[in-house]
Ligand binder design. Structure first.
Ligand SMILES: [Zn+2]
Ligand SMILES: [Zn+2]
Length: 486
């Protein structure tokens, strides 16, 4: 399926120039439960650069993501490839010997147990699910000249050589800003001054180039200085480590979106339905960031999918499907109105195909058990029936904003109390650009017009009891899927 041209083959050759480091790991002093002291010191680095990611916690999807990412990052047969380092925080998988064995077989060359960095005071999310995101800064402690840090929910497509990103100078990441509407700089070029002021911008840390310092003492000192910054910092956000990195490091370069294509549908449920034309416009405001390209360009030229979304854009939400074909059928159905181009379904199927390939090669009971556990959770997440399509969907929400409870509406909104995001988007796009009939009725209560807001309105106490409308608690690019089981 992948039509991506294979980048220039890399290994320890031309791309690995630059300073060498002292090859010394920053090793934990105490041996955590589940580990042997000897395991805390990984083998010596075998390349100047490394690809790294971070696994911690107990959630089975992250173990799955780590296995799939390791599997996809394996170098072509017969080549040495770049070291692939998995930073291991505390959790039921990292602290389990059999899970570590599987992770190494999956494709990671080095596992490094690290202490988490906690900063709940900077995390605005409900449930403080971003409290540990600063842990990824430990990539700067790794004994490599150049590091490429990937979120676990990244899927390099078949035959993509990620080490091509070592050609980009650090620090580098895809530019992220909800308000900037200008052109992005070319891949690998500096963010322009117009992108920086006066916007609240940050790098998207899903695919990020950073360069560790050459000496262990320097690396430790840098981390200590960052920790001091973090603990004295104030102002909670949904993307705390990204905004911190924007402030702390200068000279950011842009990594093209093709290397960090966030898997979001073209049209989003705006979290409201009236006034109809405004709500319809907001579904478009959430358009996939296809940039100046076309759907075909995204499908053909994307190197890396990034499953940074919530709800049914999480690929494991389709694990109860029998295989890739069944996954494509269901994903195409549940995203019918929101993603008519099929980008989301394509990405989810490629993830499933990679998983099946990893499962077949690894033949691991532990991995199979994690898949089974997630398949059960996937079924459970679709527990609410939609009044419109009659199907169980995980994006079903209450329609709380129908004027006069919908009795004067032109669309059959009046029949609906609960609807899935896809049906809501389909209804918002139905008709010929007409405002809803209820708008012309006297005495019909209407919401006050308000300026466009890129996010759905905040949850009311009543709605807090319900599944979140898409996006309320998860601005784009936050890197970690949310647990949507209430
Ligand atoms: Zn529906
Ligand atoms: Zn209406």
């Amino acid at each position: 399926m992948c039509l991506t041209p294979r980048p220039v083959a890399t290994g320890d050759g031309a791309l690995e120039e630059g300073p060498t480091t002292d090859a010394r790991w920053n090793v934990m002093q105490q041996t955590p439960a589940g580990w042997e002291a000897a395991e805390l010191v990984p083998p010596s680095p075998t390349s100047r650069n490394c690809i790294a990611s971070l696994l911690h916690g107990d959630r089975p999807e992250f173990f799955l993501y780590a296995c799939i990412l390791g599997h996809q990052l394996r170098p072509a047969a017969g080549t040495h490839g770049t070291d692939r380092v998995l930073l291991c925080g505390p959790g039921r998988f990292c602290d389990d010997r059999e899970a570590r064995r599987i992770l190494l077989r999956a494709g990671w060359t080095h596992l490094l147990r690290i202490d988490p960095i906690e900063a709940p005071h900077l995390d605005k999310s409900k449930g403080k699910r971003h409290a540990l995101v600063f842990t990824k800064l430990r990539v700067l402690e790794l004994p490599y000249s150049k590091a490429l840090l990937l979120d676990l929910d990244i899927l390099p497509r078949a035959d993509v050589d990620m080490s091509a990103l070592f050609r980009v100078e650090a620090p580098a990441a895809k530019y992220h800003c909800g308000h900037f509407e200008g052109d992005m700089p070319p891949h690998g070029e500096l963010y322009t001054p117009a992108m920086l002021e006066p916007y609240a911008w940050c790098p998207n840390a899903g695919v990020m180039r950073l360069d560790p310092l050459p000496q262990l003492e320097q690396r430790r000192a840098q981390l200590q200085s960052m920790l001091a910054d973090i603990f004295s910092r104030s102002g909670a956000t949904y993307l705390p480590e990204q905004y911190y990195l924007a402030d702390r490091l200068s000279g950011w370069r842009h990594i093209d979106e093709l290397w960090n294509m966030e898997v979001w549908p073209q049209h989003m449920d705006p979290g409201r339905t009236h006034p109809l034309l405004e709500a319809r416009l907001e579904t478009l405001m959430w358009d996939a960031e296809i940039g100046d390209g076309t759907v075909e360009k995204v499908l053909q030229s994307t190197h890396v999918w990034h499953f940074s979304g919530v709800h049914d854009t999480n690929p494991w939400k389709f694990l109860d499907c029998s295989g890739p074909a069944d996954t494509f059928r269901l994903a195409s159905l549940v995203f019918k109105a929101r993603d008519p181009s099929g980008i989301v379904a394509t990405a989810i199927v490629e993830w499933r195909t990679a998983l099946d390939s990893a499962m077949a090669r690894l033949d691991s009971g532990l991995l199979k058990a994690a898949v089974q556990e997630l398949a059960g959770l996937a079924v459970k997440s679709r527990r609410w029936p939609c009044d419109a399509c009659g199907e169980l969907r995980c994006t079903v929400r209450a329609l709380h904003d129908l004027p006069s409870e919908g009795v004067f509406c032109s669309e059959p909104w009046s029949e609906l109390q609960w609807a899935c995001s896809d049906c809501i988007v389909a209804k918002l796009h139905a008709g010929e650009g007409e405002e809803c009939a209820c708008a012309s009725r006297r005495g019909v209560k209407r919401r006050k017009r308000r300026r466009f807001c890129p996010r759905p309105p905040p949850a009311t106490p009543e709605r807090r009891q319900l599944p979140h409308p898409i996006g309320v608690d998860s601005p784009r690019g936050d890197g970690l899927p949310m647990d949507l089981l209430p």
